[in-house]
Design a binder for this molecule. Structure first.
Ligand code: TRP
Length: 334
């Protein structure tokens, strides 16, 4: 097997304002990965339209996610951030992959089954072939490493299958097998109202999530109202197994302080949750305030954001276009 140059690719869908779960679960890791890899981070707007979107909201969500990448510390000068639809290679490679991938493979995707439910005949074709586009995103840059959460692991495996089938079908060793990068200390942030559900932009309660654009008072009041417990904080995380909301608060604080859950429990055991919540609100405000300010600045300065985007598009295109050229030769278009 030839050695492929190491490169990270990941994508985030522009389907709403980013929340703490997106930050602690993914984007904070994107920032750490840039010390070790060349990274490409993409706002995957083409994925977003596999389900219905309001065009005006979509446009503003795209800019908000880009601004959030930058505000969180992605180094757009050294790395690449851009919008998927602005680089044609994604659609071009996706079409080739539509013809490599098998319907049976896509039918097995659990996310498709969940999202389509009983409505299979009526969902968009895009929703079904979405994993082929995701494979194209990654492989249009011959990316070798992909930071993904649990819910995307199956899609990443499909990307590996597509890469391998392409290589076999055409007798080449062109595409690498992209590997998942399991986040080091990523935190699964759960809803502040129900600790068994992931924090999500689709939860009807605003109090279930903290947005990266939330004001200080709003952060404080959401944490204050977060579900917890009237008992004292225990010594061991085992004692929190049936108290998911409490464990969630402790997990979030540990992530904010970059320390282990055990360490946090050591510091707080025997104390009341109200004290932990006070400290948690302070930590969160410290992290979110500068991001919120930067996001707002960028969104008020569209020229700067446009310039950054244009640069990202150019850099991404420069990598992807020669790869599309190669693929077109391999399949016989050229
Ligand atoms: N499907 C991913 C999600 O919903 C987003 C995504 C699109 C992605 N293309 C990607 C993630 C490529 C990693 C690599 O979260």
């Amino acid at each position: 097997m030839t050695k492929f140059q190491e490169r990270v690719f990941s994508g985030v869908q522009p389907t709403g304002t980013l929340h703490l779960g997106n930050y602690l679960g993914a984007i904070k890791n994107f920032v750490e990965l840039q010390n070790k890899y060349n990274c490409i981070y993409c706002v995957v707007d083409q994925h977003a339209i596999t389900v219905e979107q309001n065009p005006v909201e979509l446009r503003s969500n795209i800019l908000e996610v880009l601004a959030s990448f930058i505000a969180a510390g992605v180094d757009y000068k050294k790395q690449i951030i851009f919008q998927q639809s602005s680089v044609a290679a994604h659609s071009q490679l996706a079409w080739v992959f539509n013809c490599v991938s098998r319907i049976g493979w896509l039918n097995r995707m659990t996310q498709f089954k969940d999202k389509a439910g009983k409505n299979r005949e009526n969902v968009s074709v895009g929703l079904m072939v979405y994993p082929n586009l995701m494979a194209a995103d990654i492989l249009a840059y011959l990316a070798t490493h992909v930071p993904v959460g649990d819910d995307q692991k199956q899609h990443l495996e499909l990307s590996r299958d597509i890469a391998q089938k392409f290589n076999n079908d055409f007798g080449v060793n062109y595409f690498p097998q992209p590997e998942p990068l399991i986040y080091g200390n990523a935190t699964r942030v759960m809803s502040l109202r129900d600790g068994t559900k992931k924090m999500s932009k689709s939860d009807p309660s605003d109090f279930s999530r903290i947005l990266l654009t939330d004001e200080d008072e709003s952060i404080a009041s959401k944490i204050k109202k977060a579900k917890s417990d009237s008992e004292l904080i225990p010594e061991s995380s085992k004692d929190l197994q049936d108290k998911p909301e409490c464990l969630n608060l402790i997990n979030i604080l540990s992530a904010c302080l970059n320390q282990s859950v055990d360490k946090t429990l050591q510091n707080y055991s025997g104390k009341e949750y109200s004290l932990l919540k006070k400290d948690l609100a302070e930590s969160l405000i410290q992290i979110i305030k500068p991001m919120r300010t930067e996001i707002k600045n960028l969104l008020n300065n569209k020229d700067e954001l446009d310039a950054i985007l244009k640069d990202g598009t150019q850099k991404a295109t420069n990598i992807a276009n020669p790869i599309i050229e190669d693929v077109y030769k391999i399949v016989g278009f050229k």
